[in-house]
Design a protein around this ligand. Structure first.
Ligand SMILES: [Fe+2]
Length: 287
């Protein structure tokens, strides 16, 4: 069955969020949503999420799942806000517990911060499946960018998060804590065993040299033939050397500190401080 896919692009963070729906029916899922965040002002905004909500309502859809491909380090998730307005269950990879453990330490969280993934409604593992109405979703564990990264294969469409980007841009960085370029290589091979005509929807787009428009949809066949980092059967040693060298030159994402603190809590802010306000931390010289 071929789902209908609607993309929402956030130019501030180059993130693509997706609405995936049954071809004949009203069930849908929302993948990798964005809560707008003005870092300088410490202020959130729901403009991007409100566009998704308006679309769901205008089309008369029923949200069954709010899915995260991973704990994003470059934007905040709007999952709890979407759930409040539209319902649906929030799902992520079961290895979220590793991410929570790592960043629970980085941010010196107390014991009130649970590291068992209990902030989410569903924790998926390799081989798990789920349904969006008549559509079936299958879960691939695709670590490398982070240890908890998943690819959701829904009908003929694979939502690959930050593993592969468009063929002319390549692949995701692997230098965050728990990342591994070897693991990313293996994960990508797993994605590339899907049929060549499988549609691939990527989690970000930054354009690419010589390309003037944003793009987010490609296929397994195109990735195998054209991906500049991994196409044409590039061997793992080449890929790992290229990826690690490139990662050493990349700056930290602008929103990494707020994103991690919020997204490791399934998109919830930390508990309010004694004055009733919410604060995020800036660990000094730790990342
Ligand atoms: Fe990411």
């Amino acid at each position: 069955m071929k789902p209908i896919v609607k993309a929402f692009f956030d130019e501030q963070t180059n993130t693509v969020s997706y609405l995936v729906r049954e071809p004949d029916g009203t069930a849908c899922a929302l993948i990798d949503s964005v809560l707008d965040f003005d870092h300088a002002a410490g202020r959130t905004d729901t403009r991007s999420a409100d566009k998704m909500i308006a679309w769901v309502k205008a089309e008369g859809l029923r949200v069954e799942w709010i899915l995260e491909s991973h704990v994003h380090a470059d934007h905040l998730s709007a999952a709890p806000y979407l759930q409040e307005h539209l319902g649906g269950k929030i799902g992520i990879g079961a290895n979220i517990t590793l991410v929570q453990d790592t960043f629970g330490k980085v941010f010196n969280e107390g014991t009130e911060f649970q590291r068992d993934g209990s902030q989410f409604d569903a924790l998926f593992r390799e081989g798990d499946s789920f349904h969006i109405g008549q559509l079936r979703g299958d879960v691939l564990h695709t670590p490398g960018h982070t240890p908890a990264c998943l690819t959701y294969v829904i009908g003929d469409a694979a939502f690959v998060g930050d593993t592969l980007f468009m063929p002319d841009f390549g692949t995701a960085r692997c230098d965050f804590p728990g990342g591994s370029s070897e693991a990313l290589f293996q994960s990508i091979q797993k994605i590339l065993t899907l049929p060549d005509e499988t549609r691939i929807f990527v989690g970000h787009d930054y354009k690419a040299p010589g390309r003037d428009d944003y793009a987010w949809e490609t296929t397994v066949g195109e990735q195998k033939a054209l991906n500049i980092h991994i196409g044409q059967g590039r061997p793992i040693e080449d890929f790992v050397a290229m990826r690690d060298a490139r990662d050493a030159t990349l700056p930290m994402p602008r929103l990494i500190l707020p994103s991690l603190q919020v997204n490791m809590r399934a998109g919830q802010m930390p508990d309010a401080d004694t004055d009733g306000n919410v604060y995020l931390k800036v660990p000094i010289n730790k990342l």
